[in-house]
Design a binder for this molecule. Sequence first.
Ligand code: CA
Length: 273
Amino acid sequence: MQRRSFLKKAGAGAAIGALAAPAYAQGAPEVKWRLASSFPKSLDTLYGAAEVISKRVAAATNNKFQIQNFAAGEIVPAFGVVDAVQNGTVECCHTAPYYFFGKDPTFAFSCAIPFGMNCRQQNAWMYHGGGMQLMREFYKQYNIINFPAGNTGAQMGGFFRKELKTVNDMKGLKMRIGGFAGVVLQKLGLVPQQIPGGDIYPALEKGTIDAAEWVGPYDDEKLGLYKVAKYYYYPGWWEGGPEIDLFVNQKAWDALPKDYQAILEAAYPMPSG
Ligand code: CA
């Protein structure tokens, strides 16, 4: 304020704006991106993780690099986000990669595989064990560069409308289950259903499905699953530490200034759980 009043007195009002803003911000280009999430806004941790990214990126660039976030279904369906990034409809998305194991089972490796790694192990593999390099080679064919951006930690087994007493009770059961695990449970006669998080509750309530797993108590409560299915089982041995990823369109990434790239890369803190 002292500087402003000095300049005003000196009759240099026109120079105030230029002096108040740091030189960096003046030369920085404005970049506006759209991010399509696979999650509904009601999930403040999963949907919120992408908001952490966009807020940090904006704060670190004096609002020059803005990422507008959209919930599942707002501009892209929950399971359409990889196609949307691949073809450049949006610059980036935030999703659980194993949703796309039908395109190629390799997607599941940057998320979770049955009896796979916990959160720390997944991070260790991605950042220090060559996982990032392998996954980036894989994602190239989708015009995608991937960044780990969240991890739910170990998950629960799910909510069931009827009590399970023996493994035979799994036979014919229609269950919403994320990722590759459904392929394994099919061996027990279970009928896996791929349903986005925001659509699970009505399906379970109507009885279209008999069971559903989502994440764990915190997120499952937000979806209201306990209201329509009374039996909650664990462990979710198919999800020891599912990684959530930010997928960025390769051309959009290449077009970013180097400092924006570094800021985006550092925008999400590595989970340690
Ligand atoms: Ca899950």
